[in-house]
Design a protein around this ligand. Structure first.
Ligand SMILES: CC(C)(COP(=O)(O)OP(=O)(O)OC[C@H]1O[C@@H](n2cnc3c(N)ncnc32)[C@H](O)[C@@H]1OP(=O)(O)O)[C@@H](O)C(=O)NCCC(=O)NCCS
Length: 195
């Protein structure tokens, strides 16, 4: 009986995870996770041009933790200008990514939980829209579609079918056209370089 109980406990212990704000102590574990899941190719993505030298949007760097507190998933969102509207005014929005879950924990709903937590937080913080580059087969379930981003372009090579957007406020991206530009807070080291 004890053995059965132990295996039941082990099953549920594995299934439990929490979603949390990322803190400074998570950075090394997050980078190691991204290296394992995505490899060096992640630094060559067009999204990286927007992320490089910037901090994520306030309150929008989340991690998933196992019961021991270890980082097993990550998602971050970044402030951008998504082109300009019909009057020529910059359209503020967010770029999501990378989203990654430790291979040992895939398929347990962690990616979905990170996505839903990040989108709820972004909506609560008053953001109007989120863009990303990713597989529509995965992201459509969260409401991301290519048509909302049809007049926008990434600042580098990208696949049009994988360039997706979600409006958190209806009509936010109506008429938005142009190139995505980073608009987030700069990393301190980059501020020093610019000074
Ligand atoms: C994509 C990723 C974040 C999903 O995390 P996860 O915790 O396994 O996701 P969930 O448990 O919430 O959802 C799993 C479901 O998504 C599906 N799925 C995962 N990746 C998918 C993809 N690229 N296309 C379509 N479906 C996908 C799984 O087949 C599974 O489907 P099911 O529920 O019908 O069985 C994770 O697989 C990962 O880190 N992949 C490598 C990095 C990556 O590709 N990031 C996204 C950039 S496109």
């Amino acid at each position: 009986m004890a053995t059965v109980l132990d295996s039941v406990r082990a099953f549920f212990a594995q299934a439990v995870f929490t979603i949390d704000q990322e803190n400074a102590g998570d950075i090394v574990a997050r980078e190691r996770l991204l290296d394992r899941v995505m490899g060096e190719a992640r630094f060559r993505k067009s999204s990286e041009k927007i992320r490089r030298g910037r901090l994520p949007a306030e309150g929008l760097a989340l991690v998933a933790r196992d019961p021991h507190g270890h980082v097993i998933g990550t998602v971050r969102l970044w402030n951008i200008e998504a082109g300009v509207d019909a009057d020529g005014n910059a359209v503020s929005a967010l770029l999501l990514g990378p989203l990654a879950v430790d291979c040992a924990h895939e398929g347990k709903g962690i990616g979905g939980a990170l996505m839903r937590a990040a989108l709820t937080e972004a909506r609560d913080l008053g953001h109007g829209a989120v863009l990303l580059v990713g597989d529509p087969e995965y992201y459509e379930r969260f409401g991301f579609f290519a048509d909302k981003a049809q007049h926008l372009v990434m600042p580098g090579p990208f696949e049009r079918r994988r360039f997706l957007a979600l409006e958190l406020r209806e009509g936010w991206l109506s008429g938005a056209a142009g190139v995505l530009v980073a608009s987030g807070r700069r990393l301190v080291s980059d501020q020093r370089k610019a000074a």
